[in-house]
Ligand binder design. Structure first.
Ligand SMILES: [Zn+2]
Ligand SMILES: [Zn+2]
Length: 159
């Protein structure tokens, strides 16, 4: 039954998807999971600064076509490490959407060595150029439904 066991990249990407369900900005639900030595060290989702109003309650704060209220999922994951004093050097990140340029720069500067993403999303050409220039690996992950069929039965309460 070894082929039933969920592979690491499916497992960590599923965590990022789960985190995205906590997003408080309705424009895009994004989740990010930071992994080091096959252990999750932090997670993040799109949301307002802790203590501020949420987009889901107050509406988005849109300037020039972007919601400026939210901190992106990737940044929230990195900042959780900054806040708690966890090294991100040599870690990997799993994100539900191709990271924007700002997040890409932060990911690279934080010493992340591999980026896994689920969906293409306005893939920024300068972000791609930087990733390649710094020799950071990037890989798109396809979630395979066969590993998630069990979830439906596990999440249902049975008498
Ligand atoms: Zn918003
Ligand atoms: Zn971003």
């Amino acid at each position: 039954m070894s082929d039933q066991r969920i592979p690491w990249n499916q497992y960590f990407m599923a965590q990022a998807v789960l985190l995205s369900l906590r997003s408080t900005c309705t424009r895009l639900e994004v989740g990010a999971t930071l992994v080091k030595d096959r252990r999750i060290i932090a997670g993040g989702y799109n949301g307002a600064v802790s203590g501020d109003n949420h987009c889901i309650d107050q509406g988005c704060y849109v300037v020039d076509g972007h919601c400026i209220r939210t901190i992106h999922a990737e940044m929230n994951a990195l900042l959780q490490c900054a806040k708690l004093g966890i090294s991100t050097d040599g870690a990997e990140i799993y994100v539900t959407h191709f990271p924007c340029l700002h997040c890409t720069k932060a990911i690279l500067q934080a010493g992340i060595k591999k980026i896994y993403y689920l969906h293409d999303y306005h893939n920024d050409s300068y972000a791609i150029e930087l990733i390649q220039k710094l020799g950071v690996a990037i890989q798109q992950v396809q979630l395979d439904q066969k590993y998630f069929e069990k979830l439906t039965s596990i999440t249902q309460n049975k008498e």
